[in-house]
Design a protein around this ligand. Sequence first.
Ligand code: ADP
Ligand code: TZD
Ligand code: MG
Length: 581
Amino acid sequence: MGAVSNNQVGATVEEFQSRSTDLTDGFHLLMDALELNGITNIYGLLGIPVTEIGRLWQARGNNFFSFRNEQNAGYAASVAGFLTRKPGICLTVSAPGFLNGLSALSNATTNCFPMILISGSSEREIVDLQQGDYEEMDQLNIARPFCKASFRVNRLQDIGIAVVRAVRTALSGRPGGVYLDIPARLLAQTLPAEEGKKSLFAPVDPAPAQLPSPEAVARAVEVIKGAKKPLILLGKGASYAQCDADIKALIEETGIPFTPMSMAKGVVSDTHPQCGAAARSMVLQESDVVILVGARLNWLLAHGKGKTWGNTTKKFVQIDIQANEIDSNVPITAPLVGDIGSCVNALRVALKGMAKPAEWLKAVSEKASASRAKLAVKLSTPTPMMNYFNSLGAIRDVLKAHPDTMVVNEGANALDNARMIIDQYLPRHRVDTGTWGVMGIGMGSAVAAAVETGKRVVAISGDSAFGFSGMEIETITRYNLPVTVIVMNNGGVYRGDEISPKHQISCMQFNPNTRHDLLMQAVGGIGVRVTTPEELAKALETSLASGKPTLIEAIIDPAAGVESGRIGNLNVVSQIGKNKA
Ligand code: ADP
Ligand code: TZD
Ligand code: MG
């Protein structure tokens, strides 16, 4: 017998090779389908059964970013989705890899970011009878409550339609996460290449415009025109929608002050004369009509009720693509259900020539200027050890000269103060802990921000927050990404000076001598330790100029932070007595 192929008993190698050029398999069909949908970057972590996808994907000239933990790859994918309006792709192995990726998929769905988690899975007949396969898990069903849809492909001919269905589901309406389950066996199956090719297609208009009804527009216009103290509140839906010029035009044409939620900072610059962010309490409390643009009235907005809102009844106009978001917390006087671009433009047309609320805007800008002046004093006041104000003030001043820097931000005090202090000048230049306030988004987000935009990234993380994804500094150096990580090291969660009653190591403390800068050096990056605002500014300047992966360890006074940052009101404390066991 001549040379025999392993797969094709009886066929010669030559016969097999000629035949195989006419064949395709699950690996190739999946990659073809992703490419057809405009995907070039995959974030993931490889192993059985998906390893080959990474190699083949790179061989095609596409990018595969290998992470050290799937959760971080998942966060990267979700941020890629937020920044690009294309679903970010995260690829993982079965059960444990899938579960690590699932927390990021769930976070993507919560934040309305389009993402697709693709995981290899074990053999159905073994999984379904719970006979103990390698990494056995019923991933399809487990994923279901954590995302918009959970799909499995069982036949090669369905790969094309499955990918299109995943893309359309992730992007259309309110964006979110989709799980795509790929059984290992499917990947190696073959099909005539021609038949495979015919099964693939690209979706037409996967995120269609959704126009508000004329009645809804007329209702909203009446409410807005009747307002004495209107406010435009921008949420991260407004960032995602990529209609920045229209939003800016609406704000300027109507003369209404605006305030952004954290990831909407920069949709219109924080330094715009109509920005009321520095007068946030005032504008929320005193406004009589609030126009919500892609912002939910969830915990971040005190559910639209209570003293945050001045305990008064206000009228809300709400622009959202998700119809049942309306009335979720308080009655909405004028719902505008549609995509933000279409709704904002409809309002612009209908509000043309509207009388501007000049007096109200003047009051808001006076209050905002006063607050900014007050803050400026704190930012420039030296202290024996750096606190959150003078350290972040130094960062703010450097970034002012580099307005197109992408900012990633996590932590408690490190988050809340940075959000308040650091101005954003451009849309979609800030990524943070989002709707859940989740720690650990830092390094994955930094990788995606660098990869997807090609810009410099500064990731400001509390020392606790950094620890969740810290090993990805190796990923950052491996791909030589222009990322500067600033670890705000106060030696603990919220504070580093807590004393435990029984002289144990406090449950809120970390080793204050940890040298994150040396960790960065160990993985081939630049690591610098700074103790003053001047040193911090200089180190940041140098790293931005070099574009090299850098970690700046900023030593912060362990006593500078406050419990739970600025959301201490949400904390629950024992009524029995502090530290009484
Ligand atoms: P923030 O946390 O900044 O307040 P949220 O995540 O709570 O923002 O709200 C974002 C809202 O934006 C969601 O309710 C989502 O449905 C909506 N949204 C996202 N994209 C669009 C879009 N293109 N058009 C209209 N609404 C959108
Ligand atoms: N785990 C996850 C995934 N997300 C969380 N938000 C938390 C735990 C709880 N948590 C916060 O809400 S903030 C925080 C934790 C652990 C860390 C705060 O410490 P830090 O920042 O060092 O990052 P500061 O500057 O010391 O406040
Ligand atoms: Mg800390």
